[in-house]
Design a protein around this ligand. Structure first.
Ligand code: FRU
Length: 465
């Protein structure tokens, strides 16, 4: 059986993840919380289901679980509106406010369609992100380069400045700029090349994250995350991250506590361009990250209609001190799991030596407890009838994830086998979120994460042995 490319595909439409009603979506952009709303802007083509005419689409949520799609926020003009961030300018440092409420300020890459030059632009909103004015003195940074993109901005209280991280994709560098007002920017440092450099560096984010398990609640480090568009995970795209310190000017990795050549954020084939929310209120869990559950190699052919593209579940980030090394953990936001419990989608399973569970309508959260002595994880298979769509292998000393090409899905670069590498086989828990065409797997409370899209023709069975 093959999938008809022009018929609507409600069977693949996620209910608990954001996907636009129609058309193409890629990176999340401008994630900002303001007056009770989580804003999700995103790379969007208002004209069709392929990449193009890039504009900022817009959705809002009161709880990070249910999303309402709003009209396009920043449309393409002479320039396409590429990825970027947004912040609330609480003290109106930019002077772009209306004197009544603080403006939301967006900083994004304008891709000039005629010259292909990429420069950084500012736009601002006085009506909770619904409409935007372009700053009159754009661009705010222009190096005259064709590859210079994806600014992400945050307030660095310790050095009293706005900071921008932005990528030089072909040079495999992230630059750091400082500003008193979001409009005038001074280059103060850069990072890279480092770690993986087999593709373009895109969508950096620099995030201060609390460390678990030190007994010191105020202990933090900074994580610099950068995506690589190809040749990372079995030839595909993905993100690497570095753990270090940031003083407002430069970022440094201490190789005694984290690998200088980086680590992988998500080992699945479909997790790209992830960024974190800005302006979460004090005491809110976080940082919170969301990523595009797709990639630029095979995502253009995913057989969903009339939309193409879905964002991940929002994930809470923490750093874990493990044998003297710091590594990132990601778990779904609390609200998501609570909602799954309340709606009866959550299933807690104590794994016996062999077992399986079928997930009705591919809709549910399956938490497998593997720490009961009855089963040391081996292979977890995702079966569509008899067809194995994907598998996670947790061996004695290695972990691997594979997604396979099938008769129903003929897509170039779709099949991937990723070896995560050496690891003590200590999986205690495996949490699997299934939402129609999306699969997100969190091993050991998010120490290892695998995300991908699958396109089953029947209800998926998850089988372990
Ligand atoms: C990453 C990316 C960004 C760019 C945007 C364009 O997926 O290539 O570097 O800003 O998508 O849509």
């Amino acid at each position: 059986m093959t999938i008809d490319k022009c018929a609507n595909t409600p069977q693949f439409r996620p209910e608990w993840h954001f996907a636009p009603q129609r058309n193409w979506m890629n990176d999340p952009n401008g994630l900002v919380y303001f007056e009770g709303e989580y804003h999700l802007f995103y790379q969007y083509n208002p004209c069709g289901k392929e990449w193009g005419h890039m504009s900022w689409g817009h959705a809002v949520s009161a709880d990070l679980v249910h999303w309402t799609e709003l009209p396009v926020a920043i449309p393409e003009g002479e320039q396409m509106i590429f990825s970027g961030g947004a912040v609330v300018d609480w003290d109106n440092s930019s002077g772009l406010g209306d004197g009544v409420a603080p403006p939301i300020v967006a900083i994004y890459t304008a891709h000039h369609s005629a010259t292909a030059i990429q420069s950084q632009h500012v736009a601002y909103s006085h009506d909770k992100g619904r409409t935007w004015q372009s700053y009159s003195n754009n661009p705010v940074i222009d190096l005259g380069l064709e590859h210079f993109r994806d600014p992400k901005v945050f307030r660095h209280a310790a050095s009293d400045a706005w900071i921008m991280v932005v990528a030089l994709p072909r040079e495999h560098k992230v630059q750091f700029y400082r500003s008193p007002n979001l409009l005038e920017w001074t280059l103060v440092g850069d990072f890279g090349p480092a770690g993986a450099t087999g593709g373009q560096w895109e969508c950096p984010d620099l995030i201060e994250i609390g460390i678990e398990g030190t007994g010191d609640e105020s202990a933090t480090r900074w994580v610099l995350k950068v995506d690589i568009d190809k040749n990372l995970l079995a030839g595909g795209s993905g993100a690497q991250y570095f753990v270090g310190t940031f003083d407002g000017f430069s970022f440094a990795v201490d190789s005694a506590e984290a690998p200088a050549d980086g680590a992988i954020l998500d080992h699945g084939p479909d997790f790209y361009a992830a960024v974190t929310w800005s302006d979460l209120p004090p005491g809110h869990e976080g940082p919170i990250l969301i990523g595009w559950l797709s990639n630029h190699q095979s995502g253009h052919s995913y057989p969903t209609h009339p939309w193409r593209g879905v964002q991940s579940v929002p994930r809470v980030l923490t750093l874990l001190l493990d044998n003297g090394h710091l590594k990132l953990k990601q778990v779904p936001v609390t609200q998501y799991l609570q909602e799954a419990r309340q709606t009866g989608r959550f299933r807690q399973i104590v794994a016996e030596s062999c077992g399986s569970v079928t997930v009705a309508e591919n809709q549910g959260c399956v938490a497998i407890d593997c720490d009961n002595g009855a089963w040391r994880p081996g292979r977890i298979r995702f079966l569509d009838g008899d067809t194995e769509l994907a598998a996670l292998v947790i061996g004695e000393d290695h972990v691997a994830f594979a997604r396979y090409a099938t008769e129903a899905v003929h897509i170039d670069d779709y099949a991937r086998e990723v070896l995560v590498g050496e690891r003590q086989a200590k999986a205690r828990t495996v949490l699997i979120l299934l939402d129609k065409c999306t699969v997100e797997i969190f091993v050991d409370d998010g120490e290892l994460v695998f995300s991908c899209c699958l396109f089953p023709v029947a209800d998926l069975s998850i089988e372990w042995s």
